[in-house]
Design a protein. Structure first.
Length: 124
């Protein structure tokens, strides 16, 4: 082989011959590669966005979790009503306990009087 046959010259008039079947397969491959790239990039962007939103929610929930029991975020109207009812029940319970003490004292006095009357009747 001579030098002229083995050398390759490239110019704007150079031609490449490729079977149409291979050319179509090459276009399909490039199309699939581009589609796959954009799908993966879109999915990564979506997941990063979801992660950022979840981070915001976690921080807000953490703040709520710490501040709510301390009462720094206020209280619900239902909580205020429940507290009023509990206070009312506590007051009623105290009254009942006081009444029980009074009834016990009266009952003891009545029993004592009955016993004294019984002793007086026996002694007469």
């Amino acid at each position: 082989m001579s030098k002229e046959q083995t050398s390759m010259t490239v110019s704007d008039a150079s031609m490449i011959t490729i079977p149409v079947r291979n050319l179509i397969a090459l276009f399909i491959f490039v199309g699939l590669a581009i589609t796959g790239y954009f799908n993966v990039t879109g999915r990564i962007t979506f997941l990063e966005h979801n992660l950022a939103i979840q981070d915001v929610h976690v921080k807000a929930n953490n703040e709520f979790r710490v501040k709510w029991p301390r009462g720094e975020l206020g209280s619900l109207p239902d909580d205020a009503e429940q507290n009023m009812r509990l206070n009312h029940l506590e007051n009623e319970l105290k009254e009942i306990q006081e009444n029980i003490k009074i009834y016990k004292q009266v009952s003891e006095e009545v029993n004592l009087r009955e016993q004294m009357n019984a002793i007086e009747v026996k002694s007469n």
